[in-house]
Design a protein around this ligand. Structure first.
Ligand code: SF4
Ligand code: SF4
Length: 444
């Protein structure tokens, strides 16, 4: 562990979190949970009806796209509704009253074979059936399918990142044994014989806990990352470890790097040890306007209001509540909406002062941008709605890390304006993400 790995650019963002020193806790349970079934307009098949009793981990719906929805509590189906996720997308949903007993479904049975006797296909099938996702919401089975027998490196990303990053740090300590066991299951699915465990130089407690669980095994190699944001972004992690730079649209997975977090490994282990799908969300509650700082384990579909209430944090005195522990986040506008992200930070913060100033061309954002962009130009063209020009200046290389906004002495919303330009282009179906560019709407 002598090398200290890093990447070009970025910013020194110290942790302001006090929740890092406190073990994950399970707060008072919510009376109901609301679980999205499928995006409005998408096909789905219900496995339950109103009034039915349900158990924790019971299949309640199957949707197009190979997605299954499992009850996160035991109780009774209260009814059906619609809800919005943090990005404002609308979903049909199911509301379940929680009997607070968490009686497991009979469908949840431990895996009966030893790992050495289990084939990679059997592992991938179980991960698919239990709908385990990455922290970013990508189906894990598709990652494992793509990575099986073609993985250059399997990386367990146990580094924290940003001002309020707690969840994966705490999981590395509180569930170290589960995390390492889950990583071994993924190694077998991928056909690799080593896991690169990366952690921050400020995360030594987490690294020590994981190392203790590894014991004398030589299947894990630990690497220390310099304290710099955004070191956990997949492209920058690959750059730090290998020196290889990945340009849009090449992803780390395309290039043969399978990267998972401790939360993913812990969920994979639970799937094998108990047959339980991921029914809980881990959420770090923190921020300068938060009364109590905690990392919580709550049933999937718990409302933001309940999470904030159990932490005694104010939800009506002008504080901004956002999801995202780095330098960027999505503001929660509906406190009664269900929280669904398997691992996320909820930041309760005081509003920033006015951000409508002018760029003084100091160049700090360009010096700090890890993707070697000129953020001030992208911001300027976004403000002027010159989106095509911003595109030619590398708009789609931007990973929306927020470093440019963080270092700006004028406190300009640089990264937000850049993200707005991407959104505007995508609305025009002029994004490289769209199938084929049809008519290019020129803004020049
Ligand atoms: S331009 Fe994009 S990638 Fe560069 S610092 Fe700003 S948000 Fe990060
Ligand atoms: S850091 Fe802010 S003020 Fe300086 S060049 Fe970038 S956008 Fe302009």
């Amino acid at each position: 562990m002598s090398n200290l790995y890093t990447f070009r650019g970025g910013a020194l963002v110290p942790s302001y979190s006090t929740a890092r020193d406190i073990s994950i806790s399970t707060p008072d349970a919510p009376d109901t949970v609301e679980l999205p079934i499928a995006a409005e307009g998408a096909d789905y098949t219900l496995a339950v009806k109103e009034g039915d009793g349900v158990f924790c981990g019971q299949l309640i719906a199957e949707c197009e796209g190979d997605v299954r929805v499992y009850s996160s509590v035991s109780g009774k189906v209260n009814g059906f509704s619609v809800c919005k996720d943090i990005h404002g997308r609308t979903f049909n949903s199911i509301i379940i009253s929680n009997d607070k007993k968490y009686t497991p479904s009979e469908e949840c049975v431990p895996h009966s074979k030893k790992l050495s006797e289990t084939t990679p296909d059997e592992i991938i099938e179980k991960v698919r059936r239990l709908s385990i996702t990455t922290d970013g919401g990508v189906a894990l089975f598709s990652v494992l399918q793509k990575g099986a027998n073609s993985t250059r490196r399997f990386i367990l990303n146990a580094a924290s990142d940003g001002a309020y990053s707690t969840v994966n740090y705490r999981l590395s300590i509180d569930k170290a044994s589960d995390v390492i066991s889950g990583a071994k299951i993924i190694m077998r699915a991928l056909g690799v014989v080593n896991t690169d465990v990366v952690f921050g130089e400020d995360d030594t407690d987490a690294a020590n806990a994981l190392s203790e669980s590894v014991g004398k095994s030589n299947l894990f190699t630990f690497h220390m990352l310099k304290m710099k944001y955004p070191r956990t972004h997949e492209k920058l992690l690959v750059s730090a470890l290998t020196g290889r730079e990945l340009s849009y649209p090449l992803t780390a997975l395309d290039a043969g790097y399978v990267i998972v977090t401790p939360r993913v490994c812990a969920d994979v282990f639970a799937a094998f040890a108990k047959g339980m799908p991921p029914v809980n969300c881990y959420v770090g509650v923190d921020g300068d306007a938060s009364t109590y700082q905690r990392t919580l384990c709550v049933p999937r579909g718990t409302s933001y209001r309940h999470i904030i209430d159990v932490c005694g944090s104010p939800s009506s005195d002008g504080a901004i509540i956002s999801v995202g522990g780095g330098l960027v986040g999505d503001v929660v506008t509906d406190y009664d909406a269900p929280h669904l992200l398997p691992a996320a930070e909820l930041i309760v913060s005081t509003p920033k002062p006015d951000e409508s100033g002018e760029c003084i061309n100091c160049g700090r954002c360009a010096a700090a941008c890890p993707m070697r962009l000129m953020p001030m130009l992208l911001m300027l063209n976004s403000r002027k709605k010159k989106y095509q020009r911003a595109k030619r200046q590398g708009l789609y290389e931007c990973i929306e890390c927020g470093v440019c906004s963080f270092v700006c002495p004028e406190r300009l919303p640089v990264s937000r304006l850049i993200a707005e330009a991407k959104g505007a282009l995508e609305e025009k179906a002029d994004s490289p993400l769209a199938e084929e560019n049809k008519e290019v709407a020129s803004d020049e």
